[in-house]
Ligand binder design. Structure first.
Ligand code: PEP
Ligand code: MN
Length: 246
């Protein structure tokens, strides 16, 4: 990867059906480094779509091989990690809700001990950097060396434009503390709105981030989670072109 090359990660917020996942992968696999997909979703309300669980891992396992492409999924518990390892997932991420929970981070890190799994840590919902730093230190203490972080914005009562406030100042402070940890920007969860993704992605590139994670769904209008912010594969390919990325 050249100095200015950005790592591109894209895929559905939540994996819903095998055919939906396959149609996204078919259209974008040549444009991305990694496919993302939620297998278990941390939903606010229990009535909301919780993810397909192990069934989705079986689809991923098959598609990973067929397209020779890596997948990244979110894990929140030890049993999620055990299943991810069982289905040969090489990259997992800790979601924004989990980063600030030391018990959960510890459990995840211990379950990954002595594996070569790459781990990405999303910033916590609250704009407290120590919560983020603490999760990184906990993961490091468990000898996980392949670490990246994901900037997905921070909750703020005052933010009107975006779903989450970008707080680029906190990103600068993050860099001062960990200059060698690559940063992936997630403009989908920062904006919460597909129309705003380009602007945040552009700003992130100006800030010299190392990668972008974008939510892409085969049929966003009918997605079972985050429908306002998901792009179609075609919209995503246009976005990359507009950003001069591929
Ligand atoms: C997600 O990536 O789909 C997600 C739930 O994001 P976050 O943890 O940033 O809210
Ligand atoms: Mn999402």
């Amino acid at each position: 990867m050249g100095e200015n090359k950005k790592m591109i990660i894209a895929g559905p917020c939540a994996i819903e059906t095998k055919s939906g996942l396959l149609s996204v992968v078919k259209e974008i696999h040549n444009k991305v480094d990694v496919i993302r997909g939620g297998v278990w979703k941390a939903r606010t309300l229990p009535k909301n779509y919780p993810g397909k669980g192990e069934e989705a891992l079986k689809w991923i396992h098959e598609i990973q091989k067929k397209y020779n492409i890596l997948f990244a999924i979110e894990v929140g518990t030890k049993s999620h990690v055990e299943l991810a390892l069982k289905y040969n997932i090489k990259i997992v991420w800790i979601g924004a809700r989990t980063t600030s929970n030391p018990f959960a981070v510890q459990e995840i890190a211990e379950a990954l001990y002595n594996t070569d799994t790459e781990i990405w840590i999303k910033n916590p919902i609250f704009s407290n950097l120590d919560l983020w730093f603490g999760a990184i230190e906990r993961v490091r203490l468990n000898k996980l060396e392949k670490i990246k972080v994901i900037h997905r914005g921070f909750y703020s009562e005052n933010e009107k434009t975006y779903r989450n406030e970008p707080r680029w100042d906190l990103l600068d402070r993050f860099r001062l503390k960990y200059p060698n940890i690559p940063i992936i920007c997630d403009p989908s969860h920062i904006t919460g709105d597909k129309k705003l993704i380009f602007n945040i992605a552009k700003k992130a590139i100006q800030k010299n981030i190392n990668g972008l994670m974008v939510e892409v769904h085969h049929n966003p209008d009918n997605a079972l989670s985050d429908k306002k912010q998901q792009l179609t594969p075609k919209q995503f390919i246009k976005l990359l072109a507009k950003l001069n990325l591929k």
